[in-house]
Design a protein. Sequence first.
Length: 495
Amino acid sequence: MKRNLFALSLFIFLILLFSCAPDKTQESKDQVADGENENQKTSDEAPEQLSDDVPELNFGGEAVNILHRDYGIWTAEMYAEAQNGEVLNDAVYKRNMAVEERFNVQFNMISVRGAWDHKDEFLKRVRNTVSAGDDEYEIIGGYAAYIVELTTSGNFLNNWRDVPYMDFAKPWWNGEFVSEMTVNGRMFFVTGDFALSTINAANVLFFNKRMWQAYAFEDPYAIVRSGNWTLDKMAEITKNVSMDLDNNGKFDENDLYGYVTDTHNQVDAYVVSFDVPVTAKGEDGIPVYKLREEKFASAFLRLYEFTRETVSTFAGTLQPTATDIYSMYRPIFENERALIIAEYLGNAAEMRSYEFDFGILPFPKLDAGQPSYRTMPQNGYTMFCTPVTVQNLEKVGAIMEAMSSESRKSVVPAFYEVALKTKYARDEESAEMIDIIREGISYNFGMEYVVPLDMPHLEWRILISDKKNTIASSVEKKMKSWEKCLDKILIAYLD
């Protein structure tokens, strides 16, 4: 969570991707409202033709107070001061102007520090303002991993289900997120095409094309299309790619590998890509833990074997800072001593300077029987909430729905289809893989509440970092504590 990957050079890449999510409309609005249906259908209407169904409204020049984070993509997704000829900037500017003019409002963008290191500061600001009864913030865009703490420490947030004009059957809202985060008819956070930061940290694999031809032979894109891109397949391809290049008798960051990774967020991503939920809803619609199930342990053990028990994998160990972690494994790939690297999709822009061609692949499935490829967005992306002190929920709902629909309609053509696929994806197949990755972005209640739950899904990374495979006993040791945390979270939804 401490990774700060939102370098300014990545912004265009991110927006293109995020805003182009495939249309994931739920089978009916009622099912979406109840959070019952996780499988969405593709809309038959083109985004530019799909109405947000918000009526003609005039708010008489009122301000819309939006609190957001002050750095990188977190600012870029929200605000542009003026047009400057840059595609991202101008698209955001035009979107904001269109919504302002449509409803006769003025955006008041309140920019504050909000990175992971500013967690306590950001939350204190919101709590103090709401506790004082001030209507200072109407929409809040916060860091996903910690903004959820607002539901565990008091009554600070409105239920988005009570906000007029919000239509979660529309394709600019992520349907799986809506389903997972709706409990007992309550949903305190939303995300979708307005939150352009989501796609930046989508976990993906990059591969060196030259090395692939030398070691793998099979067409990687064909493997993905066939549905057979699995952990076993990746292990088979990478197992013979290793060499002690400096002849020092040990494998370290100076050698040749089939696969390189960190032992933090990239390990977490396999919980999602293997379709191993932390929680699932019971018959009563209430989330319960799935951590004691055999799949949670067996999937971990297969990953542990691949990550820790083969010389063809280099897994950067726990380091004092994120920079140190990056410095251990990224140069291995950059210097063409690794076939595959686990990374973030947004870093493709940065990697254009590499002197070799690379391709993009989704994280693998656990096995070929898994229905689809699933992608974890590292949880620094933006979730939106609205405080209980808001005086005009009609205005908030109209603005959120319109901003989300406009993000989809205006940003998709300009960024995703044109800029991304022609500038950053080095071949048409990688562009196709990006579609698969974007379509597979997935959410789970037990992972969205990672901090208040005391981070149960991080158990995989902790054990791999410590080189321990004691998953069953580790989970059992912590279950009582985790269950208490879940009970505390559910108070906001059930009381």
